[in-house]
Write a protein that binds this ligand. Structure first.
Ligand SMILES: Cc1cc2nc3c(=O)[nH]c(=O)nc-3n(C[C@H](O)[C@H](O)[C@H](O)COP(=O)(O)OP(=O)(O)OC[C@H]3O[C@@H](n4cnc5c(N)ncnc54)[C@H](O)[C@@H]3O)c2cc1C
Length: 392
């Protein structure tokens, strides 16, 4: 006879980890987190883990704001260093997107974000080594930063375990058992059955497959973006700020060892993949394209050393917004997936919201209505303001 838990969380990515921590802190009973590989083995471990508040919808802005604050105070609150760095972030736009930037920044300011719109001259002051063109403008967010993704995942799990959560790694959930419209247990790969009062499917790119027998084909796709890493030439005096650049279509950020990570803002061209068999390497042509485009902005990168890169996984939905909430027609089952390229920063707010939904308590800045799966069957969905999905 297997054990029984009040809540079973499937997946030890940043979402599962924050949900475990928040459930434990709300005294939600006996909690088990199951991770088929090692924590962070999915999207989370390879994340840029950029924490910014530049969104175009009040719910996303408030969730990002709540989360940035939790990450920034994590070490003070829990005594664990998760590699938080406050670098500031710049979002560059061409003249065609200037009005969107103005409107977004005004909305962010209404919600307490320290953000302003700056022109090409101020950009030049901020980054003297950069090339900026008359007419370009940017949203400047000095509070933005990043964390070390794996340290953040392990940090949350450590706190959850201190609070009594059981974490089992190297243990895969094979199926979810549903009896008379209620999710009642999970079946593990070795055949063990674990009963659960509530099951939370936070399996990232694998979440759709686990739900297929019960919920049909949900609008979640696993796609494969690439990242490239460069080391700026020694002696470069570039400021180590995070950039999103709608003109070159890139984002870049400082990494450990003084490297710079570069990726694309748009994921429209990234192929759909099977998350169990995807190429974790990087195409040399991608590296060359990134270096060429980044050098248009920061010319010293023409002489940068390449440290290769990697292929990774995003889980995307048609409107680049996650699906969070109960699975229709199945009591006791919650889905938390579809964060595409911008979920890491939302982890604390998602943990808080899901813990609230499961225990019938406060959901904090997470508005359940904003993330329901049934929004895709309505006539129109509210996408983000930009054409770049990663910006939300
Ligand atoms: C290259 C890259 C850069 C990114 N940059 C940023 C960024 O700068 N800022 C930002 O906010 N977001 C960023 N993101 C997005 C962010 O990282 C993701 O949205 C987030 O990590 C998703 O977390 P998750 O917990 O939902 O999924 P995952 O991290 O994929 O976790 C799911 C976990 O479930 C486990 N699992 C799956 N199936 C089972 C099963 N059957 N049984 C048990 N366990 C199972 C997996 O092994 C995995 O560990 C980036 C993502 C990538 C890939």
């Amino acid at each position: 006879m297997g054990r029984s838990f009040d809540a079973v969380i499937i997946g030890g990515g940043i979402m599962g980890a924050w949900i475990a921590l928040e459930l434990a802190q709300r005294g939600a009973g006996e909690i088990l987190l199951l991770e088929k590989s090692s924590p962070g083995a999915g999207s989370s471990g390879k994340s840029g883990a950029i924490l910014r508040q530049h969104y175009s919808h009040p719910t996303s802005i408030c969730m990002a704001r709540h989360s940035l604050d939790r990450y920034a105070r994590f070490e003070e609150e829990f005594g664990i260093d998760i590699g938080f760095h406050r670098t500031g972030m710049v979002f560059i736009a061409g003249a065609d997107s200037a009005a969107d930037i103005e409107e977004n920044v005004a909305l962010q300011r209404q919600h307490g974000v320290d953000a302003s719109v700056i022109g090409a001259d101020e950009l030049q002051e901020l980054e003297p080594t950069g090339r900026f063109t008359e007419g370009e403008c940017a949203a400047w967010e000095p509070e933005a930063g990043y964390v070390h993704p794996l340290r953040a995942v392990y940090g949350c799990l450590e706190v959850a375990m201190r609070e009594g959560v059981t974490v089992r790694t190297g243990v895969a959930v094979r199926s979810i058992e549903v009896v008379q419209g209620r999710a009642s247990a999970v079946r593990l790969d070795d055949g063990e059955r674990v009963e659960a009062g509530h099951i939370i499917n936070a399996a990232g790119p694998w979440a759709r497959k686990l739900l297929e027998p019960h919920a049909g084909d949900l609008p979640l796709r696993a796609i494969r973006p690439e990242q490239a890493y460069f080391e700026p030439p020694s002696g470069s005096i570039e400021k180590r700020t995070i950039y999103g650049d709608m003109v070159t279509g890139l984002y870049w950020k400082p990494e450990a060892a003084g490297w710079t990570r570069v990726g694309c803002l748009s994921f429209d061209a990234d192929p759909e993949v099977d998350p169990d068999h995807y190429d974790e390497g990087v195409d040399g042509r991608f590296i060359q394209r990134c270096r060429a485009r980044l050098s248009e902005r920061l010319p010293h990168y023409r002489r940068s050393a390449s440290w290769g890169g990697c292929g990774a996984l995003y889980t995307v939905t048609p409107d680049a917004r996650a699906i969070i909430g109960p699975v229709a027609g199945i009591a006791g089952l919650t889905l938390v997936s579809g964060f595409s390229g911008h979920g890491f920063k939302m982890g604390p707010a998602v943990g808080c919201g899901v813990a609230g939904m499961v225990t019938g308590t406060e959901t904090g800045p997470l508005e359940p209505e904003f993330f329901t799966v049934d929004r895709f069957s309505r006539v129109s969905t509210q996408g983000g303001r930009y054409s770049f999905g990663i910006l939300g």
